[in-house]
Design a protein around this ligand. Structure first.
Ligand SMILES: C[S@@+](CC[C@H](N)C(=O)[O-])C[C@H]1O[C@@H](n2cnc3c(N)ncnc32)[C@H](O)[C@@H]1O
Length: 221
């Protein structure tokens, strides 16, 4: 069974002809995509030889090696565009995801991007909004004590303006129970942070106070 974070990525795959799992590591996601019939073929890529060897082992063990292409490369550099409908980039920092996206031209050709940043998600959302990508959906999942957001984006060449709250926490549906839980968790953290910033950085404190009041509007009825 996949971890919730990776299952949420799998659930966002809609077209699923060829899916590219960038930074596949152990290929757990790639194997499950095939097992769950979410796609016909996977391209499992990684920048490291060790992770790629682990990926090969998992695919062979699952008897699915014939439905996968393994590629050693930085991001999507060696990945051919042909028939790739979805690209998943999970478990990496927001800045690394930006690096990978900004170095690939063909992802602009109606490819579904499923992105799960571990850190600096706001940097990724800002980059998407300034570079013609539309965030179609964003989901929150909780695994042990951590919250993760997974977003689906597609290039449409238009400018998309998101609020500061959306850039910070995601373009999420506040009607969902898990979003409210996540919102309350972040609210407690921001309130603590704003209190600490009172003495050291009043400009940043003010920024957090504004975010806090926007967040309260979403989660307190
Ligand atoms: C923490 S693992 C995440 C594995 C899996 N995607 C997940 O979400 O569980 C990060 C993987 O991304 C790979 N990676 C890091 N930077 C990369 C890049 N620029 N291009 C391709 N793979 C990269 C690492 O080698 C590592 O195997």
């Amino acid at each position: 069974m996949l971890m919730r974070r990776l299952q949420a990525c799998a659930d966002m795959i809609t077209k699923g002809n060829i899916v590219c799992d960038v930074g596949t590591d152990h290929a757990y996601l790639a194997v499950e995509l095939l097992k769950q019939n979410k796609c016909n073929h996977v391209i499992a890529s990684d920048i490291g030889e060790g992770p790629l060897q682990a990926a090969e082992k998992t695919l062979v063990h699952a008897g699915l090696k014939n439905k996968a292409t393994l590629l050693l490369c930085d991001g999507l550099q060696a990945v051919p565009q042909k028939d790739v409908t979805d690209v998943v980039i999970a478990g990496m920092g927001g800045e690394t995801i930006v690096h990978i996206l900004s170095n690939c031209k063909w992802i602009k050709n109606n490819v579904n991007l499923i992105l799960q940043p571990m850190t600096k998600a706001s940097v990724l959302r800002q980059w998407l909004s300034e570079n013609g990508y539309n965030i179609l959906q964003e989901k929150v999942v909780r695994e042990t004590k951590f919250y993760y957001t997974i977003l689906k984006a597609v290039y449409d060449g238009k400018e998309h303006n998101y609020t500061q709250l959306q850039l910070a926490l995601g373009v999420i549906d506040w009607k969902e129970k898990i979003s409210l839980e996540y919102g309350k968790f972040c609210l407690a953290q921001w309130e603590k942070l704003a209190e600490q910033l009172k003495q050291s950085n009043q400009i940043l404190e003010e920024k957090y106070r504004i975010l806090i009041s926007e967040l309260k509007e979403k989660i307190i009825f």
